[in-house]
Design a protein around this ligand. Structure first.
Ligand SMILES: *[C@@H]1O[C@H](CO)[C@@H](O)[C@H](O)[C@H]1NC(C)=O
Ligand SMILES: *[C@@H]1O[C@H](CO)[C@@H](O)[C@H](O)[C@H]1NC(C)=O
Length: 203
């Protein structure tokens, strides 16, 4: 098989961490989540990844988009999947109607055959160069959550946003941990949202 150019959204790979954990022979692999990166040169097809996950008894995975090919491949398996709203979609999905349409077309058709358990809204947007993304985060999360309620999926699928620890200006000692001051306002909104919907802070 030659390797035709494919759109990056259809690409994914297993992170190095995964192999490290594997070779370290950690026991409780089942409880680990696996992240598929989006950019790679040699990408195994979803079927191969699925085989690998099965072989290693991994049951949780996250993808960095809502690639239909991956969602379809993971149907009727024991894999719990967290999908991601791409950063460039955040502004659009603040709109309630757009969010409903997004959930209806990107999530609804695949659930429950594919066990989508979470929607990560954006990827590490607090550390993205584009600061305007932050202002869209909470509104987009609220819209998507509302869309999940409307489509009857909210009890199965959680909304959150994975954030790197870079948002912590001062993470040691932990008791002194605080968010970067320039992020205070947005983080407050964000944490309020999580509290309102009893959602956990991923990552
Ligand atoms: C930042 O993101 C917003 C919303 O997606 C977009 O409209 C804008 O063009 C982006 N700015 C830059 C500098 O990429
Ligand atoms: C999907 O995952 C959830 C969370 O672990 C679990 O409760 C549920 O039974 C799973 N659904 C299916 C169809 O496997």
């Amino acid at each position: 098989m030659d390797s035709p150019l494919r759109p990056t959204t259809s690409l994914f790979q297993i992170l190095v961490t995964f192999f490290l954990l594997f070779f370290l022979g950690l026991k409780e692999v089942e409880s680990l989540g696996i992240n598929y990166g989006q950019v790679a040169n040699n990408l195994p097809p979803p079927e191969k990844v699925l085989q690998l996950l099965h072989a290693l008894k991994i049951t949780k995975a996250r993808i960095y988009d809502t690639n239909p090919q991956v969602l379809t491949t993971f149907a009727n398996t024991n894999i719990e999947l967290i999908v991601t709203v791409e950063n460039q979609m955040l502004a659009t999905l603040c709109d309630q109607q757009q969010a409903l349409q997004w959930v209806t077309s990107h999530i609804r058709p695949y659930f429950p055959a594919t066990n989508i358990t979470g929607i990560a809204v954006g990827n590490e947007i607090f550390t993205d160069e584009n600061m305007s993304l932050m202002t869209y985060l909470v509104p987009a999360m609220v819209s998507i959550h509302t869309a999940l309620v409307k489509t009857g999926l909210s009890q199965y699928i959680q909304v959150s946003s994975p954030n790197s620890l870079a948002v912590l200006a001062n993470s040691y000692p932990p008791s002194a941990g605080s968010f970067r001051t320039d992020l205070n306002e947005i983080m407050q909104q964000f944490l309020q949202f999580l509290a309102n919907y009893k959602i956990t802070f991923l990552d």
